[in-house]
Design a protein around this ligand. Structure first.
Ligand code: MN
Length: 228
């Protein structure tokens, strides 16, 4: 056993549906503007430009069912997304090999301090301040490929206090899961434990304390997160 000079930070892991087992997390990549209607609502051209990614920190993943309203913002937006969890990785992964690296899929929220992200965009600064804050990625349990296959279509929905705010379909993703994996692997070495958040449909808006967020993706069930 190595000796550490400070207490070791807790390992980050998220539950696997239907088991007591955990999926250990290495990195979290998130794609931007992967649904045309969302690109348009954010003021961008929905044409298929090369994809772009940002990262959240592994310990931003939050399976608790509660989202603590973060500091230094008055405009926190919900973004419902499908999480893709990798069981293996590599460099320059071929498109037709990409899905062989997927362990499973789950529900996730890419919670965003939109006001801080907007300032960062305007100033040409990095997005972490808007994206990679504490508890900013509520997640549900992962569903292994052996249970759910590789969902590439199916309704995506987010409700706030019972009202539908976001709706779309996985088949509307501009960059499909194999393309995201293959593209990322040209720039980074992917590995077991990596998670990719696959973008959000249109309808993003602000949440307030007390809101109950319900997200669902056909074939991956649903998850409820309370803003506290
Ligand atoms: Mn997002």
């Amino acid at each position: 056993m190595p000796q550490f000079v400070i207490e070791q930070p807790p390992a980050v892991a998220i539950p696997v549906a239907g088991t007591k087992a955990l999926f250990p997390v290495r990195r979290v990549y998130c794609i931007g503007r992967n649904y045309a209607a969302h690109a348009i609502e954010m003021g961008h051209d929905p044409d298929r430009e090369p994809p772009f990614f940002f990262q959240k920190n592994p310990d931003n993943l939050n399976p608790s069912g509660e989202f603590p309203y973060p500091p230094k913002t008055s405009d926190v937006h919900h973004e419902v997304e499908m999480a893709v969890a990798l069981k293996s990785g590599g460099r320059n992964i071929a498109l037709d090999d990409a899905l062989n690296h997927v362990f499973g899929y789950g529900l996730a929220l890419d919670m965003t301090r939109r006001d801080l992200q907007g300032e960062a965009k305007k100033l040409g600064r990095p997005w972490e301040i808007g994206k990679a804050f504490e508890q900013s990625a509520p997640v549900g349990p992962l569903h292994p490929v052996s249970e759910v296959g590789h969902p590439d279509s199916g309704r995506v929905e987010l409700r706030i206090n019972g009202q539908v705010r976001q709706e779309g379909d996985l088949n509307q993703m501009i960059w499909k899961v194999p393309e995201m994996i293959s593209y990322l692997s040209e720039y980074f070495e992917l590995a077991a434990g990596d998670i990719i958040l696959s973008g959000t449909p249109s309808g993003v808006r602000a949440v307030t304390k007390g809101d109950v967020i319900e997200v669902s993706i056909e074939s991956l069930g649903s998850m409820t997160v309370k803003v506290v």
